[in-house]
Design a protein around this ligand. Structure first.
Ligand code: UD1
Length: 380
């Protein structure tokens, strides 16, 4: 019997912890692996809540977060601290996720020690390096540093092939966020959701760096108008703790009737609240994948998205970052039943709940010559 494959799984923010949790679970229950968990803790409270929920205790916790941290702070701290851990553990492969600064810095540290990197959620792209900022460049750099690419969709694979990646290094798995979301959704009850007093509710969330300033102001004004004009609609917004976000959202929306500004929700509460929402309006990446699982239309508060599969499938709509445009999209979905139903009934192209199993089998295939997993094929 071969010795177990030692896989270091790195995460640091709330979304990459949610998306890596099912991978950690799949590797941990399979005797062919030894899974070493490394939390950079680029986030603190938001990360800890997710780790608690999924029962993960990070073997290494690098504690890098500081309030109001700059991108340089996060990059340099992760690079320095994770280098020491990798030199100690010497894993066979390091798995990083998506597009956070944690992932790129960890991939670079692994590369410096010639440890191969596997990139989970590989191959998402927009056409501009500044949107999303700095995530677009983070994921492109991680793609350059990685040896193995776990692409969530066929389009992501296509993007990687276009950049010259070797076809045998790419496996289409579906997105692990669907595994996590389905697992938690199966265990939530109505009581877990944020209670509202109206029959309809918009679930709102915006936190991206490129939306700081006028775009975020416009998003707030649009919400205020749309909710103000409809007494049967409320809006729930769990506000990201980044200080400039908190300031702008409070200044615009605190005290507005039927607008509930909240602390970030635990993931269980988030899933339960989305299940009760009429629609979701967000600049988040993960919510674009999660909400359509429950048939909730998503308005994307950005100018571009790296998730065009959802636009094509009809689960997402690009609502932009200008007040009038956002009001127009929200109004149409709230007032036009046929437009709403069309989005609500579209099939989610992002996964089937088996992505983490495919990643585990993919690692055995790529590193140990085991058979390749059956790839994820989205519904036509
Ligand atoms: C990061 C990711 C982004 C992801 C987002 C999800 C990068 C460059 N960006 O952005 O892709 O969508 O996480 O949230 O990696 N804070 C706390 N407590 C927490 C978390 C954050 O107080 O638990 C505050 C701190 O003041 C921190 C600030 O939020 O300095 C910003 O956190 P940071 O990780 O730098 O950026 P995000 O906008 O969260």
């Amino acid at each position: 019997m071969k010795s177990p494959l030692v896989v270091a799984v790195v995460f640091g923010t709330r979304p990459d912890a949610v998306k890596m949790a099912p991978v950690v679970a799949a590797l941990s229950r399979d005797p062919r692996f030894r899974c070493v968990t490394i939390a950079t803790a680029q986030h603190r409270e938001m990360l800890d809540e997710v780790l608690d929920l999924f029962g993960i205790t990070a073997e290494y916790d690098l504690g890098v977060m500081t309030e109001g941290q700059t991108l340089t702070d996060v990059t340099t701290r992760v690079l320095e601290r994770i280098g020491t851990v990798l030199a100690d553990v010497r894993p066979d492969v390091v798995l990083v996720h998506g597009d956070t600064t944690t992932s790129t810095a960890a991939a670079l540290a692994a590369y410096y020690q010639k440890i191969p990197v596997g990139h989970v959620e590989a191959g998402l792209r927009t056409s501009t390096i500044y949107e999303p900022f700095p995530e677009e460049v983070n994921r492109r750099l991680t793609g350059v540093l990685a040896t193995y690419h776990f692409a969530p969709t066929p389009l992501a694979r296509h993007n990687l092939l276009r950049e010259g990646k070797d076809a045998t290094s790419i496996i289409v798995t579906g997105n692990t966020v669907i595994d996590a979301f389905m697992q938690i959704h199966a265990s939530v009850s109505d009581a877990d959701a944020v209670a509202v007093s109206t029959p309809r509710m918009i679930f709102a969330e915006a936190h991206r760096r490129e939306n700081l300033g006028e775009p975020l102001e416009a998003i707030c004004r649009a919400f205020k108008r749309v909710v103000g004009e409809r007494p049967d609609v409320s809006l729930v917004w769990p506000v990201h703790p980044n200080p400039p976000i908190v300031e702008a959202v409070r200044r615009n929306l605190e005290g507005v009737p039927r607008v509930l500004l909240m602390q970030p929700l635990g993931y269980r509460r988030l899933v339960a609240t989305i299940a009760h929402a009429t629609l979701v309006a967000t600049d988040s990446g993960g919510l674009q994948e999660e909400a359509p699982t429950l048939g909730k239309p998503v308005l994307v508060l950005r100018r571009v998205t790296e998730r065009p599969e959802g636009l094509q499938a009809g689960t997402l709509r690009l609502a932009g970052i200008r007040e009038e445009e956002i009001v127009g999209h929200l109004s149409e979905l709230l007032d036009d039943k046929a437009a709403y139903q069309k989005m609500a009934k579209a099939a989610n192209p992002y996964g089937d709940g088996k992505a983490s199993q495919r990643i585990a089998q993919g690692l055995q295939a790529l590193l140990r010559g085991a058979p390749l997993p059956d790839e994820f094929i989205p519904a036509p």
